[in-house]
Design a protein around this ligand. Structure first.
Ligand SMILES: Nc1ncnc2c1ncn2[C@@H]1O[C@H](COP(=O)(O)OP(=O)(O)O)[C@@H](O)[C@H]1O
Ligand SMILES: [Mg+2]
Length: 370
């Protein structure tokens, strides 16, 4: 493509400003935003909210917890160290090493951090994080992408220590959490047993709409010969067909620009195929147990009552074992909802959904339920 990647970014100034205004007004100090995968959350954080809030006087720290899901605390610490140090704050360079750490840890504890930190063997990492933050001279916007990682049981300690430190720094540190599962985020912020209980309002991330599509079409048409121009209406339809995902829509545009003669339908098909293969859906499928596949087919078909008698009988028949056991289905659901894989999410009691609509589509196409 002749233009650079950034030229294709559809800026969302107003949306970014809304969050910044709310933080600056002091009404809220945290928010949790959810939208399915590939809907533009990360791009919004990095390309809209980050530069705009820096202009508004915040120093931003972005961390994608999915990328450090085995050690989220280390990931956060590294992001804080890197991104705050980058501001050439003279104090920030002085802190973080050496014997001060212990003393600082005591101050942090005094400020009410979860008692888990009281462990003499506790990792000093978090103390360093607070130290760097406290030494930094500007308000901070902490962007925690893929925040659902903190909802897993193994990271409960990290989550509560983090919350404790953030609690006492609400004026200085504003936090945006994002995640792709509404259910998980609601659990994380809505269950009284969770460290972040009531800590941030959970709301949908506003999705890209027809304005985004028109913007992209204009860009594309600027480099296409007039007789091959992509009609806005066809592009809007393609966007809907591709489940309103900006990512898959851009693949569609790529395909169209590469070969406009083939037409819109072919480009839509290419976009789908490339999404399916890039995401390795076939490899995921191959790695699944037979019961997991049956469960996915059931959910993909939009059926309800997965733990009911008829479903158990059906699964049993497919596996050639009479009637399937309830616990086998429950185990399978647990595997598929595991935060490390996140194939399914639990939307309501007994109701499940694909986390990625494109995987659902792939299952229906490639492995339609019998
Ligand atoms: N505002 C935008 N303008 C142009 N393309 C976008 C925009 N937002 C998202 N995209 C495209 O969609 C892709 C996926 O977006 P991303 O932010 O990674 O989704 P999410 O974080 O919700 O999974 C991006 O890599 C980009 O190609
Ligand atoms: Mg993302």
């Amino acid at each position: 493509m002749a233009t650079s990647f950034d030229a294709w970014h559809f800026a969302r100034h107003d949306l970014a400003q809304r969050y910044i205004d709310a933080f600056q007004a002091g009404l809220s100090s945290a928010r949790a935003l959810f939208a399915r995968r590939r809907m533009g959350k990360t791009e919004f954080l990095l390309k809209d909210l980050l530069p705009q809030s820096e202009q508004a006087g915040f120093t931003c720290v972005y961390v994608n917890l999915w990328e450090c899901r085995t050690a989220p605390l280390a990931g956060i610490a590294e992001a804080v160290a890197q991104q705050l140090a980058a501001r050439r704050n003279p104090l920030a360079r002085l802190v973080g090493k050496g014997p001060q750490v212990r003393g600082v840890k005591l101050t942090v504890l005094g400020a009410g951090v979860d008692a888990r930190l009281d462990d003499p063997d506790a990792d000093p990492t978090l103390a360093q994080v607070w130290q760097r933050i406290d030494a930094h001279g500007h308000p901070i916007l902490l962007m925690i992408d893929e925040a659902q990682v903190l909802a897993s049981a193994e990271h409960l300690g990290v989550a509560s220590a983090l919350r404790g430190g953030l609690d006492v720094r609400k004026d200085k540190v504003k936090v945006i959490f994002t995640g792709s599962s509404e259910h998980t985020l609601r659990g994380m912020f809505g269950k009284s047993s969770q460290p972040f209980y009531n800590w941030a309002p959970v709301e949908p991330f506003p999705l890209l709409d027809n304005l985004f599509v028109s913007h992209m079409v204009q860009r594309a048409n600027a480099i296409l010969r007039p007789e091959l121009a992509l009609p806005d209406e066809r592009a809007q339809q393609a966007f809907i067909t591709l489940k309103s995902s900006p990512e898959v829509f851009r693949r569609f545009l790529d395909a169209y620009l590469l070969n406009p003669f083939a037409g819109v339908e072919v480009a839509v098909e290419r976009a789908r195929e490339s999404t399916f293969s890039d995401d390795g859906f076939a490899a995921i499928w191959d790695s699944l147990l037979p019961m997991d596949r049956l469960v996915l087919q059931f959910v993909a078909a939009g059926r309800k009552g997965i733990t009911g008698k008829p479903a158990l009988r059906e699964f049993g028949a497919a596996l050639g074992i009479g009637v399937a056991q309830l616990h086998a289905v429950n185990n399978s659901l647990a595997r598929l909802m595991d935060l490390k894989r996140q194939i399914l999410v639990n939307v309501e009691r007994g109701e499940y959904q694909f986390e990625d609509l494109h995987f659902q589509e792939w299952v229906l196409l490639e492995h339609p339920p019998a």
